[in-house]
Design a protein around this ligand. Sequence first.
Ligand code: NI
Length: 258
Amino acid sequence: MTPKLIDTHCHLNFDQFDLDRSEVLQRAHDVGVVAFVNPSVDLADSRHVVALAQEIPNLYAAIGFHPNDAASFNEAALSELRELAQQPKVVAIGEIGLDYHWNESPPEVQKSVFEQQLTLASELNLPVIIHQRDAAADTMTILQQWANQPHPYLVLHSFSSDLAVAKMALDLGFYLGISGPITFKNPKELPDVVAFAPLSRLLVETDSPFLSPHPFRGKRNEPAQVKLVAEKIAQIKGLSYAETCQQLTENSLAFFHL
Ligand code: NI
């Protein structure tokens, strides 16, 4: 029997999949991917993802504003997110956070939009998917304060920081999302992070259509390739592929209350 996996972060609603979405879903199914979590980047995207979740049986929606789209966030958007969260199959708030690499909105705007959405997640008791790029220090400062109060599950998606940040995140009770870069020829500290973190605190993801694993780097990514990420984790952990998948899938089911 093919071990089951859940791709906990893929943008299947993006137009990169418009021409062959059903084939992409079939290929994922063929390698054992049994469910998908599709995060959103702004309000229009959130509506789109919620609608797609009504069409695709094993696709679940996360809603929210990516930091690159923080400038379009306002009171009306916040209340629409609150309403959208009531729709069936909305399982998380995300992806939200800080991005000082692209810096498409001023850092102060990004922080405010991030904090308002963290508050929304707490209020709704929905798990949170964090995007962070070149902003680890500010992200962790905000999350440390937030984690002081009772909070839902939280994952640092496509984790790419160093071991020190990973330890801090694990101490706060967070999960680490592992994606294609773990398979790269220069994975930096990621293998150390995966070796250090308990398997029970890892989630697997593709971030499709981005971050294709080796040897497909630079090409369009798709959820079937989450298998390559799980294989790499199994190798680092010295476990069989089947037991690795079993634990990763249990983690995802618990995290997203699927
Ligand atoms: Ni993403």
